[in-house]
Design a protein around this ligand. Structure first.
Ligand SMILES: [Zn+2]
Length: 224
């Protein structure tokens, strides 16, 4: 059965690239769902990353200095040792209800208290939509975002397209040797695939069969 409902266009294919969520100018708003349901916030995409220019593009690379217990060992990370300062970043995966798409909202650590207070208040974030409003003109470094929670409707993650595994896609996961290559400017994305096949768990290929399961909004008919 490969005949699709035209209203579901775009739901079955993923181009693999993560689209960033942005609001461009003062007063712009969007209605979104944050795709997290852990009442403790343990599922929030929060990473320690470096910014490295690779093939002329600014990329995020997971810092190698943090061990499984969350302790820092700066000597284990060539990028830290080279003076590239690691940053704590949120990569919030959200469903943009206006555009029918999962996007990633990159936020600095100053945004964490805001998200934590919503988790403390509501538990599961996915249970209600949020309106996000930008305060700050284009280019204003003091721009802030106001979040307004809408009424809970008990939607779950099952109602939305699957989230992405960010490490290994948006955030490059590099070995120590690969980090030295980055510092030497000779690292190439994708070069390491063959060698790493045994050690790196293969990412599950998303096929269209398992892509967005029954996800419908009540107002989807408004688009037509
Ligand atoms: Zn590091």
């Amino acid at each position: 059965m490969a005949k699709l409902n035209i209203k579901n266009a775009g739901k079955y294919t993923s181009n693999g690239a993560s689209e960033y969520f942005t609001l461009k100018d003062d007063g712009d708003t969007a209605r979104v769902r944050f795709l997290y349901d852990d009442p403790e916030g343990a599922d929030i995409d929060f990473f320690l990353v470096h910014q490295v220019e690779i093939d002329g593009k600014r990329r995020y690379v997971a810092c190698n200095a943090v061990d499984d217990e969350g302790r820092m060992h700066k000597d284990d990370c060539p990028l830290c040792k080279a003076g590239n300062r690691a940053q704590e970043k949120l990569f919030l995966q959200l469903y943009d209800e206006d555009e029918d798409k999962v996007k990633i909202w990159e936020r600095g650590k100053n945004f964490i208290p805001k998200i934590v207070s919503f988790i403390n208040r509501y538990g599961s974030l996915v249970k209600q939509a949020f309106d996000i409003e930008r305060h700050g003109k284009k280019g204003d470094t003091g721009t802030t975002y106001e979040l307004y929670a809408l009424q809970q409707d008990n939607k779950t993650l099952e109602d939305y397209p699957e989230k992405q595994e960010l490490e290994g896609t948006l955030i490059i996961k590099a070995t120590v040797d690969e980090m030295y290559d980055m510092l030497d400017g000779i690292y190439k994305v994708g070069n390491n695939k063959e060698e790493k096949q045994e050690e790196a768990p293969r990412r599950r290929q998303e096929s269209y069969e398992e892509a967005p399961r029954r996800r419908r909004r009540e107002r989807s008919t408004d688009n037509f």
